[in-house]
Design a protein. Sequence first.
Length: 145
Amino acid sequence: MSKFSFSDTKSVLDRLLSEAIVQTDSMMRMMANSCPGGEHGKNPNAYESFVKQGQNINKQLGDLRVAVAKGKPADGPKQIDALQRELRAMVETLRENCPGGKHGQNPVNYGALLMVKENESGKLDAIKAILEIGLAAVEAAEAAE
């Protein structure tokens, strides 16, 4: 019986993780100067925190890419759950974060930010499913030996 290997799925996982990193970068760029004011807009009040959260997410995605490349993504599903929580918190950081209105207003591109977050979240769901299936196959192969 041949043993399951992550090598069959590494390229798919690598592509999905790479795309998730690009999407996090895109979210950080789209929120720069996204509040009214100034000649070209102003950053939301919590923009620095938002960027730090994005950088942290990208570091974790990069670490997971390395683990997948080495064939050792054992904690991958748990990491994806944590990344999903961080991604939601990152986006929530900018909710009503521009001056105006009774409680502040959303940045101009907030709707687009939500769409990119949902797209990235879908990629993370796919990564988690692939990892769970792969890990289950490895466990089954080891049990059969």
